[in-house]
Ligand binder design. Structure first.
Ligand code: RM4
Ligand code: MN
Ligand code: MN
Length: 423
């Protein structure tokens, strides 16, 4: 039996129970009429480096059956997409995943209904054949030749992206310093902007550049693009194709991410998202696993801010997962992440915005909280399942993944001790 048949056989078994849950929900609350369509349109890209187990600096435990090359990574994302119909894009990290034959890779992705999302450059690791080291930074480096090399790498990444049909470049820099006094902050900032300007010049007309910030790690005293203010001031200098990218794990503890999102959107400089969850820092845990209310509050601002600017929810921002798996099966984790993101989006779409604004204007703080939490506490899983069903996906992707022993089958083909490229 192929995947499609397995999906429809599972769906026919689950259908009457699903219909009952959906009927109950829609009898209890008013679901906006275009909500299911909005869910169907909303696609979340999967990073090519999240398909294997990442490990930590203390070690790595192989999950078994990990993809051994780019083709197998595309197959894995294709499987996710077949199950949930919401993971219709893959994002590549260069040089972890350099397509040898771009046409063939593009065709393979197309067979699985996948597009190529942002391409990601890597100047945070040294490669074997590389003249200058990034130990003390890349685009900020004191040595011009090192900066040139990093700029050139980014331009090559853009070229790979063009061949694959990507439309954006994500730059995350580990540049910064580990000790007080090590770096002239102003010079580091200026060199970084100058380097980014050269990269920006190489950007095709219909491309976007996303500049991701991160508060710390691997540098532990300062990061040159350390917060949204630094990223925002840089992308403003670059031009209208440059935007700030928010990775949920890249803030100092307790940062008010929803407020950051709201203001970046207002300024027209929010480019996209890397979804994950965290307790302490850049933990790269499953989206919605630790702070689902925060994820909802972020989506609440996203929906409000995108509507205020007349933006297309599905297309005008880059939606991507950026996670790393140490103890979970990566594919199961990604199924959970996608569903958590869809749930937060659906909850935000359910918020009664007129009532919320009225309560805000009246300074009725209690009503504001009641209105938000009325949406957050709804169980909207039947709506997500309905969107999947209408698209030909599985009513319950996780149970199908398990009952079909997908991981066991992958291990048979790929082996127990495989290691995917990436972190
Ligand atoms: C960084 C950052 C980047 C990702 C790398 C692998 O912490 O989140 O987005 O490309 O990790
Ligand atoms: Mn990231
Ligand atoms: Mn990160």
């Amino acid at each position: 039996m192929n995947v499609k048949d397995k999906i429809s056989s599972q769906n026919s078994q689950l259908l009457s129970s699903h219909d009952r849950k959906l009927a109950f929900l829609t009898s209890e609350v008013d679901v906006p009429k275009d909500l299911i369509q909005q869910l169907k349109d909303f696609q979340i890209a999967i990073p090519s480096w999240a398909l294997g187990t990442g490990g930590t600096r203390f070690g790595r435990f192989s999950g078994g059956g990990e993809p051994r090359n780019l083709e197998e990574k595309i197959e894995d994302v294709g499987l996710l997409h077949a199950l949930n119909q919401s993971s219709g894009a893959i994002s590549l990290h260069i040089p972890w995943d350099i397509p040898q034959d771009a046409n063939q890779i593009r065709n393979l992705a197309a067979q699985h209904g996948l597009a190529f999302d942002a391409v990601n450059s890597n100047t945070f690791q040294d490669q074997a054949v590389q003249a200058h080291s990034y130990k003390f930074g890349s685009l900020q480096h004191s040595n011009q030749a090192t900066r040139k090399q990093a700029i050139q790498h980014n331009i090559e990444v853009i070229q790979h992206g063009v061949e694959l049909g990507s439309k954006s470049l994500t730059v995350w820099l580990s540049d910064g310093s580990c000790f007080p006094g090590q770096l002239n902050f102003r010079k580091a900032y200026q060199r970084t902007v100058e380097s980014l300007q050269e990269i920006y010049t190489a950007l095709p007309i219909d491309w976007k550049l996303f500049l991701e910030y991160k508060a710390y790690e691997p540098n532990f005293y300062s990061t040159t693009v350390g917060d949204w203010g630094q990223s925002y001031s840089m992308v403003n200098k670059l031009g209208e194709k440059a935007f700030t990218l928010v990775d949920l794990g890249h803030h100092l503890p307790n940062a008010n991410i929803e407020q950051i999102v709201s203001l970046l959107l207002m300024e027209g400089k929010l480019g996209g998202f890397h979804f994950n969850d965290s307790k302490y820092g850049d933990d790269d845990l499953t989206a919605g696993s630790i702070k689902p209310y925060q994820l909802f509050l972020i989506f609440n601002e996203l929906v409000e801010g995108m509507n205020a600017r007349g933006m297309n929810h599905a297309k005008d921002l880059g939606w991507m997962i950026d996670a790393s798996h140490n103890v979970k099966d990566p594919l199961e984790d990604l199924l959970q992440s996608v569903e958590a993101i869809q749930l937060a989006y659906a909850q935000a779409l359910m918020v009664d915005r007129n009532a919320l604004e009225t309560a805000r204007d009246a300074n009725d703080v209690v009503a504001c909280q009641e209105i938000l939490q009325a949406s957050f506490r709804l169980d909207l899983r039947p709506l997500i399942a309905q969107a999947r069903l209408e698209l030909g996906g599985a009513l319950n992707p996780m149970s199908l993944f398990r009952s079909e022993n997908v991981r066991g089958e992958l291990i048979k083909v790929r082996g127990e001790k495989t290691q995917a490229t990436g972190l």
